[in-house]
Design a protein around this ligand. Sequence first.
Ligand SMILES: [Mg+2]
Length: 235
Amino acid sequence: MALKIGVDVDGVLADFKSGFTQAVRAVHGQDIGADDPASSWSDRLTNRELDAAWKHIGRSANWWTTLQAYEKPQVKRLYELSRERRWEVFFLTKRPATAGEPVQYQTQWWLEQQGFVMPSVLTVPGSRGELSNALRLDIVLDDQLINCVEVVSASTAKAILVLRSAADAAQRDHATARGIGTVARLEEAVDVLTRLEEVIEHRRGKLLRLTDWFKSDREDDALPPPQQRPSLDRR
Ligand SMILES: [Mg+2]
């Protein structure tokens, strides 16, 4: 059975953080907020300052098409794997509207620029869990723990949390405790997708443990060959 995959866009594929930083600087000047990966913009800016940055984005025509991809070759790799293995990929986003084209079109255009042809983009304001259930997704990639928790709580889909910062160790532990896999890069996440497909083929109908589908190595799959086992014959 071909995988059905949900992929969050900002934070997983697109570097929203850098784009938003530029918007903040354009509005408030260079010096506002230290560039500390551990703190969020809501810790560093007042609500009024945040609103001003979002208004700047809203006025900027097709702003969402200006973001950089974190790992452009991996977007193309995801496309090629989806064609080769007949995967269905749905890109999920809660992006607010800006001037110019609708968010869905901007996001489709951007994905094509990265190498994913004819992308299916869903602009989803509500729960990712309900959506995963409705679409019968097998797995969802997201950079927000809350979204991953919704997915595993409300559907049978697996979730991979993409944590790009080493400062996120506590989140990683929370995720693992809930059966959510974590990766630091999209490349690792795409590796896990191929692994999940192989495991589902062989163990369909059984409850999959996190270690079954998530580990990219196969060290726990097989006993060592007979000649490497310690001898039981002590004579
Ligand atoms: Mg995101």
